[in-house]
Design a protein around this ligand. Structure first.
Ligand code: CTP
Ligand code: CA
Length: 223
């Protein structure tokens, strides 16, 4: 009902969102993953839909249901997520990367279950996963790209550096220890003009505020 009376700031826009963790196999029964619940990304998908957008949500494994009217594409690994994003990105005007993508995957996965009787594995070798956000941001005619950064300390320094490194106009920061799995969050927006802290509120309220901020920037790119 509330959504009904909100201005449709993203009316007709195509929005692509990544959310949740990725999960990287070690053997057929074991994975490497992280504590992302997907709540923030799903809240943004819902808020973008409420704002009139056509929303595709590329999601790692979560316990959440797709928001009403949102098309969800389920993926497992970072490489799956990149493939799904590549398949969806043409025509998207906005890309919001909220997923906690595993930075590394195990170099050689075992096709059979590792047995305890074989002794502890000598060590796992890792290879770096593709950076999905940086890949999309570097596309010719890239959509308006929004990144997320959950940091455990020095949020401003890390967030500003990350925004520059990824070549994106807008990066959203929060503190990992406060945001992970929680129902509320305190976001900080980083853009060309500097940093803009938002109030602590529910992830859905924060998502609606972020969507409004994105809509504003789409309407007047210089702002
Ligand atoms: N991201 C991505 N693909 C990756 C890693 C990150 O798309 N392989 C995106 C995330 O969805 C997020 C942003 O990049 O929007 C920042 O992610 P983060 O993990 O904070 O940045 P990294 O560049 O991986 O740096 P680090 O983890 O070392 O802080
Ligand atoms: Ca990372």
């Amino acid at each position: 009902l509330v959504a009904h009376f909100q201005p449709k700031v993203l009316a007709g826009k195509r929005v692509l969102i990544t959310a949740g963790p990725t999960s990287e196999p070690i053997d057929p029964v074991r994975v490497l993953t992280n504590l992302s619940s997907g709540k923030m990304g799903y809240a943004i998908a819902r808020a973008a839909r409420e704002a009139g957008a056509q929303v595709a949500l590329v999601s790692g494994p979560t316990a959440l249901a797709a928001p009403r009217g949102v098309r969800r594409i389920d993926v497992t690994t970072a490489r799956d997520m990149l493939a799904a994003v590549n398949a969806e990105v043409a025509g998207a005007e906005i890309f919001v990367a909220v997923a906690a993508v595993a930075d590394w995957r195990v170099k050689e996965t075992s096709s059979s279950k590792l047995k305890k009787s074989a002794g502890a594995p000598a060590g796992l070798e890792f290879v770096q996963n593709p950076d999905i956000l940086a890949t999309v941001a570097a596309l010719p005619g890239a959509p308006y790209c929004v990144g997320f950064a959950a940091e455990t300390e020095d949020l401003s320094r890390h967030a500003a550096a990350k925004r520059a490194r990824k070549g994106i106009p807008l990066l959203v920061g929060n503190l990992a220890q406060e945001a992970l799995g929680a129902d509320d969050t305190a976001l900080v927006l980083y853009d060309d003009a500097g940093e803009h802290p938002l109030p602590r509120e529910s992830k859905l309220a924060a998502a609606r505020r972020l969507v409004a901020a994105i809509g504003q920037r789409m309407a007047s790119p210089a702002a």
